[in-house]
Design a protein around this ligand. Structure first.
Ligand SMILES: C[S@@+](CC[C@H](N)C(=O)[O-])C[C@H]1O[C@@H](n2cnc3c(N)ncnc32)[C@H](O)[C@@H]1O
Length: 186
């Protein structure tokens, strides 16, 4: 059996944390896999706010959601989430990089990613979880990975607990994706 992918581990961690009725955020809608997953976790009494800058990602995700899905899809950058989402969030999921079904030159960018990560931390409830799947393999991905890692290093350890999941010691032209997860402790 192959090891689970970083995206699968992210969902496992979130599922263990999120309860029906909770409010959560999908910071990068893309194909909407995490959006649908989050909607199932929170149920009809919860709420999911999703962000993407590509209309095609919003449209394809909307077409796959049921009418009673508690999901609000925003055609806006995740760096604007603080203006839309109220604090007290149980989980925020980031899946960086490009929309696999779209224009692969439209990628998440370090400056807006870091603004959004700061906003996400401020929205988390105590024991809330932030997951970030990072793709260092595409053009621009390694720089974004470095910036996120540096941001993570600066987080005060008395307030945040962090874990990392990914292949160890793999080399090659295209470094594999990996997961960072951050729990707010207080
Ligand atoms: C790897 S995909 C996300 C995959 C998605 N989580 C899924 O389950 O299919 C990354 C997405 O981030 C989006 N994106 C890029 N910059 C963004 C930004 N500033 N705010 C929100 N989304 C952004 C891209 O349009 C792309 O759809």
């Amino acid at each position: 059996m192959a090891f689970p992918r970083a995206t699968e581990i992210a969902q496992l961690l979130v599922k263990a944390r999120v309860q029906p009725g909770d409010r959560v955020v999908d910071a990068t809608i893309g194909n909407g896999y995490d959006t649908l997953f989050l909607a199932n976790c929170v149920g009809t009494t919860g709420r999911v706010d999703g962000f993407d800058i590509q209309e095609s990602a919003i449209a394809s995700t909307r077409s796959r959601l049921g009418n009673d899905a508690p999901v609000f899809l925003h055609l806006r950058g995740h760096e604007e989430m603080a203006a839309i989402v109220a604090p007290g969030i149980s989980a925020v999921m980031f899946n960086l990089g490009y929309y696999p079904s779209g224009d692969k030159t439209i990628i998440t960018r370090p400056d807006t990613t870091l603004t959004a990560l700061d906003a996400a931390l401020n929205l988390l409830s105590t024991s809330g979880l932030l997951t970030i799947v990072i793709y260092p393999g595409h053009a621009g991905g390694a720089e974004e990975a470095d910036r996120v890692e540096a941001w993570l290093t600066d987080l005060p350890p008395d307030r945040y607990r962090t874990v990392r999941y990914g292949p160890q010691g793999e080399t090659g032209n295209s470094p594999p994706p990996y997961l960072l997860a951050i729990e707010r402790r207080g």
